[in-house]
Design a protein around this ligand. Structure first.
Ligand code: DGY
Length: 323
């Protein structure tokens, strides 16, 4: 059997491109491609599979327009809200993601944002870059300690659990809200609160780790923010869709929220520039999984899925299974 034929639609790390070239008959365009360009490339290359990433939208019309020889869309992301998996299932196109390999890296980023927001890292950094010359009094320019503060986690999947592990190292009690209560060996002392709204008045810091679904859309809004105690902190490494950004900006401006650490936004990369004017936000450009090690591991995992499905084997990380 010849090499599997794939189209790589996004720029990949060098090690991943090396493996693509070694193991696949691949079309690797010099820039990212999307929409009709992907369809054209898939047809021209007679592709068995597509390698995509979180920023590539694969909606129902795009999936319907794919030629029948495309058997798999492998996304280099754990989230798959950018792909209409049901439309792919109807067409018989497998969709796979890359769980596990980015868990620690994303939880590290969430903790970085938590500390950055609580300890005013963005403001301190800017002060230094502007050429710090003024000494601060003992009571000036202070942040907030995190030790002993209660962390609330929305979404206690792999990344939520990894965040809880980090919080334990900082002596933070952990509450969590999730569709289901976890078994005690996974809870590791975290307290389950079935209703998200009931958890909010009991926490100091809220970290979001739930997927973007119709149920979680704008779950952080004016009503739910008001349930947090004054001076709370919000951390989001999940998806911007979980947050009503107008309400968040109001809460940050009024001081109801002390600060926020944000890696994800409703519109990316064209995020709401009002955030950039707020001193009490610590901002990152959707970099939760952005280390060399993790991006390589994600790319390799996506290639493993492509290789398996193109060779007629079961996907390693299938997002749908035959009924
Ligand atoms: C993921 O893996 O879902 C990251 O957010 C990148 O999109």
């Amino acid at each position: 059997m010849g090499k599997a034929r794939i189209v790589v639609t996004v720029r990949m790390p060098e090690a991943v491109v090396d493996r693509v070239i070694r193991e696949f008959d691949a079309l690797v365009p010099p820039t990212d491609i999307d929409g009709p360009e992907v369809i054209k490339a898939a047809i021209a290359h007679r592709a068995d599979g597509l390698l995509v990433a979180g920023r590539t939208r694969r909606d129902a019309p795009t999936i319907a327009a794919l030629p029948d020889h495309v058997r798999i869309i492998a996304t280099c992301s754990v989230g798959f809200d950018h792909i209409d998996v049901e439309a792919a299932r109807r067409k018989g196109v497998m969709v796979t993601n890359t769980p596990d390999v980015l868990t620690d890296c994303t939880a590290d980023m969430a903790f970085l944002l938590l500390l950055g927001a609580a300890r005013r890292a963005a403001e301190y950094e800017q002060t230094m870059r502007k050429g710090w010359r003024q000494a601060y009094g003992m009571g000036e320019f202070l942040g907030r300690s995190v030790a002993g503060k209660t962390l609330g986690i929305l979404g206690m999947g792999r990344i939520g659990q990894a965040m809880a592990r980090r919080a334990r190292g900082f002596d933070m009690p952990v509450l969590y809200s999730n569709r289901r209560r976890l078994p005690p060996e996974l809870e590791q002392g975290a307290t389950y609160v079935a209703d998200f709204r009931d958890m909010l008045p009991r926490i100091d810091i809220l970290s979001l780790h739930a997927p973007a679904t119709p149920e979680t859309r704008a779950i952080v809004n004016a009503d739910t923010l008001a349930l947090l105690p004054r001076g709370a902190i919000l951390v989001n490494t999940a998806r911007g869709q979980l947050v009503d950004e107008d309400a968040l900006i109001d809460a940050l401006k009024s001081g109801h929220l002390y600060a926020a650490g944000l890696d994800v936004f409703l519109n990316e990369p064209a995020f709401d520039l009002r955030f950039a004017d707020l001193p009490n936000v610590f901002l990152c450009p959707h970099m939760g999984s952005a280390t060399v090690e993790t991006r390589n591991a994600m790319g390799f995992r996506a290639l493993d899925n492509l290789a398996a499905v193109c060779a007629g084997r079961a996907a390693i990380d299938p997002l749908w299974t035959a009924a």
